[in-house]
Design a protein. Sequence first.
Lengths: 444, 202, 316
Amino acid sequence: MSDLLITGATLHVTRAAGDAGEPRPGETADVLIRDGRIAEIGRIADAPDGVTCLAADGLALLPGFVDLHTHLREPGREDAETIASGSAAAAAGGFTAILAMANTSPATDTAEAAELLLDRGRTVGLADVQPVGAVTKGLAGEELAELGLMARSRARVRFFSDDGRCVQDARVMRRALEYLKPFGGVISQHAQDANLAGASACCHEGEISGRLGLPGWPAVAESAIVARDVQLARHTGSRVHVAHVSTAESVEVIRWAKNHGIAVTAEVTPHHLALGTELVRGYDPVFKVNPPLRPREDQEALREALADGTIDAVATDHAPHARHDKEHAFEAAAFGMLGLETAFAVVHDLMVRSGQMTMSDLVRRMSIDPARIAGLTEHGRSIAVGNPANLVVIDPERAVTVDAAVSNSLSRNNPWHGMSFTGAVHATILRGRITALDGKVHDQ
Amino acid sequence: MTRADMTVPAGHPIDPDGRTVLSAPEISRCLRRIAHEILEHNKGATDLVLLGIPSRGVELASRLAAMIAEVEECGPIPVGDLDITMHRDDLRRQPTRAPMRTVIPAGGIDGKVVVLVDDVLYSGRTIRAALDALADLGRPRAVRLAVLVDRGHRELPIRADHVGKNLPTSHQEKVQVRLAGFDGGEDIVRIASGATVLGDPA
Amino acid sequence: MTKHLLSSADLTRTDVEAILATAASMHDVQRREVKKLPTLRGRTIINFFFEDSTRTRSSFEIAGKWMSADTINLSAKGSSTSKGESLRDSVQTINAMAVDALVIRHNQSGACQQVAGWVDASVINAGDGTHEHPTQALLDAYTLRSRVGQLDGRHVAIVGDLTHSRVFRSNVITLASLGARVTVVAPPTLMPAGMRDWADRDGFATSWDLDEVLDDDTPDAVMMLRVQHERMSGGYFPTAREYTVGYGLTRPRLARLLDRKPEAVVMHPGPMNRGLEISADAAESGASIILDQVSGGLAVRMAVLYHLLAGEETAA
């Protein structure tokens, strides 16, 4: 059933291009959904027959979150995560759409692989899984993958990335940027110059990496690639997107590029906003991530940039790992942290509760702008009659203490264990159907 | 040497309650008598080696050696220290202490008559450890034991050959030995009344 | 005393003094005919070496055996544990056998600290990646003190590849805790990131100029660190001869050192690259205490085993 009546919710709306007739922001209203679309907004006295009711008094209704950066591990590492478990985690986290990165095994570098992901995601039906296409074959950074075929496939791939790896060769990056222009594609670059930060680099290069004897990952290894890529974007007239920005230096480059009208967008993860390099002192691999956690100065620059829009979106880089891939010496352990289920709580607590951002800003960064960047027209839409009902109900006052043992993900590499945040997802709605309610995921 | 005595550093104030059982002149007389006994039993000073058990046994051994040399009018008697920390059987029950040095005189102990010297004989475990330690260092012809005070309550079949004073005590009592060299002030042996004995007896 | 010895920072000055005092006694024991002490009888020590090291491993093995502990050697490949088995899995099997101590050498920094969180045994760091080597720092301090006496106010220079040296990281802590003043010397490419802040915070000096340190602030001891040939191919400095000219303890440098401080000593944790970071002359000169460092290692390790394992159980 894709009919639903939401009552008593506070509506946070911001103008999204193409939507007219919206209620005023901050208003409390009932919202009736029919056949997956918003049918009515206002005071609805009685629920029509057979329509489920969702009471949302004191809660806020937002467009559902869109994640530009998730790792679902299927195919290849179904022991760490599957499309089903990842979608469940997404629904629990308030996401109605997630972009599934291509570094699976085999990689998503063909139309067939992309369609397989799309179909599987639809069958599971807990979130819209949009496959990301690899930029190069096998993510090897040498030959272009079948970008056009992926774009023409049923998966309609528009967002491409070799994430996990950097497209290191400037010529390959240039060719890819040019090639994508006819179908308006965008490349999300994992910016890491392998000659400055090699495969073993695992800790921000600084005092802590020096003391701990861990191979350093200098900030310049990221900003140098970002600088190169924005120049390539300008030169080719293409769009480039910077994945998981982690340094103040990269923020400076992005700001400069935007001021010069270059088509660059950027995302930041909740962990790079909230967690710092000093957490690595205990050598706990749960804090090992690529790019690494950075010092306070970088975290502050990232928060400012997210607040002022230099960084367009929050993306989780949800990276599940089986226990035996994490429980190694720090250098040998796998990179990555879980993020789907905690993203909203962290960003809300850190940025909105502190006053650095408004709720409307959060909606832009976690829903409207990621949807726009990814070209997902059914998501990130304002709450207006006729729009698809991809929504999330959140409780801005509820305090949440993270328990790593409780998760919809198959993995447990959760850096937030034991931390408390104010702000929780109450219900997630995908085309009018509740996919998660009060912490429980509802399979169809 | 009791556990309590081992942990009390040199110069630690004496418990004002309790009674003196040996004054400085009495201690001196005991040592002199022991020196004579050692010479009598050994029929002279030949092959004698005195090994003091740290802490206070060391000073006693040194004084005894000097007295023996004086009485017998012979050259210096070989004297050394025998630290038994690594051979104790109760290590697990207390915090670890750095062992003190074991100093064996130049002539060694093989074929010698070793006289172990300690201040207080109680359970006998210290002496058992000393015998073990000695076995690792060589093979004396004979081993004898001289103590200033024997307070009874043996837990092992160990006896002293030369005793300054027999002192029946209860477990609750603490025997306190202070020596001029090690502690400063006057030689004295006291029994402190009523205080609990810490840890296991030596 | 601490339950684990993962870093030199786990030991207070009092702890270090106790260990060095015990090491002196242990050194005596080594000279006897019966070298065994019954002290750790009934204890089981596993030497789990993920990285090869004949010298350190046999040092720990003999140390354990001379204390009458049951000592077992295990080796495992470094980071490539078999598929599906993590580092945690490797050590938990051992942990299930209720051993008393794990002496671990690993090629990755922090491995010992992680293992300590997964086992009940005491964990002793025998060298983890480029992080620390606490027993090396203790034996360096022991050897140095035996030669020059108390270290308070003494100046020690540590020269060489600091970035990749666990000997440096541990020594800088232990020497400071004993009151010594430390200057570290290396070319910029071999100084760890954040060196400036680190040195300021921990109170040691840094320099790129070995001659300046030798001439203007003559140290009482010079500790030369091994330079691996891979560092040249890694682009850290151009050639071996350029390194030697800039940072090697050459014959002229040794002469100038001894001219200013005749009692100065030369140290090296070994193995040496004679002719690269240290000239053969310097290694064999009267100022060198390098061989003493080797023999001191056994006594120090016996002392460490004693202090960590013999006494009552302390809180982790």
